[in-house]
Design a protein around this ligand. Structure first.
Ligand SMILES: Cc1ncc(COP(=O)(O)OP(=O)(O)O)c(N)n1
Ligand SMILES: Cc1ncsc1CCOP(=O)(O)O
Ligand SMILES: [Mg+2]
Length: 219
């Protein structure tokens, strides 16, 4: 099997937010976003319990139908449960206070994608010391302040992102308050992609929003 190459799925990375998708369902928004060119989907719902999150992940995986990788935020147990239910799920994204990435890799196996958040030189240094193949990519942000994640680290700005990305041993996807106007500057700053929540989940037309972001990324 083998894991997909991060350069194939990081360019336009959608992180879902159930409340921001509402009244539309998350799978509905995800399906539209994929038709607009999203290259990866992460299911993130801080309000959902384990059972609800497994159901949501399975439903999103069904909507995606293998077209792009599907990850879940934080929850290794939910990833394993969805996989046990036969869903096409590909990995987990963990943060600095979640289960350590090395342990996540042991649990999910070599075929799953593992993403890790990093936002400081210290966190980058710790990540660089991990054995090769532990982590596939870094989620780096917040680039800008955002109400989507009230507890986000201090905003880096594009320059702060560039300084960190220049030291990275892994591809970096930029996250936090990102709009189309940031796409080209972030690409020049060394990003392997942009990750967005509200720019797609809260958009009147998620397909159009994804298309515009991808055009900006490729411009
Ligand atoms: C692609 C991507 N990058 C960063 C994050 C943030 O993850 P984390 O630090 O675990 O914070 P929460 O999302 O759990 O609030 C992410 N989810 N995805
Ligand atoms: C999950 C996450 N991690 C850092 S910022 C953020 C939220 C990004 O959401 P938005 O794209 O709406 O600013
Ligand atoms: Mg987390």
């Amino acid at each position: 099997m083998g894991r997909p190459d991060p350069s194939s799925y990081l360019p336009l990375y959608l992180v879902t937010d159930t409340a921001l998708c509402s009244p539309r369902s998350v799978p509905e928004v995800v399906a539209a976003a994929i038709s607009g060119g999203v290259t990866c989907v992460q299911v993130r719902d801080k309000q959902a319990g384990g059972r609800e999150l497994v159901d949501l992940l399975v439903a999103v995986a069904a909507a995606v139908d293998g077209r792009v990788p599907v990850l879940v935020d934080d929850r290794v147990d939910v990833f394993l449960a969805a996989r046990a239910r036969g869903a096409q799920v590909h990995g987990v994204h963990v943060g600095q206070s979640d289960i350590p990435a090395a342990l996540v890799r042991e649990i999910v196996g070599v075929d799953a994608v593992v993403g890790l958040s990093a936002a400081t030189p210290e966190q980058f240094a710790v990540t660089a010391a991990l054995p090769t193949g532990t982590v596939d990519y870094l989620g780096v942000g917040a680039v800008h302040a955002t109400s989507t994640k009230p507890d986000h680290p201090a905003p880096l700005g594009i320059d702060g992102f560039a300084h960190l990305a220049a030291t990275a041993h892994l591809p970096c996807v930029a996250i936090g308050g990102i709009s189309g106007a940031d796409a080209a500057p972030l690409r020049r700053a060394g990003a392997a992609g942009i990750a967005v929540v509200s720019a797609i989940c809260a958009a009147p037309t998620p397909a159009g929003a994804a298309r515009a972001l991808l055009t900006a990324w490729n411009s």
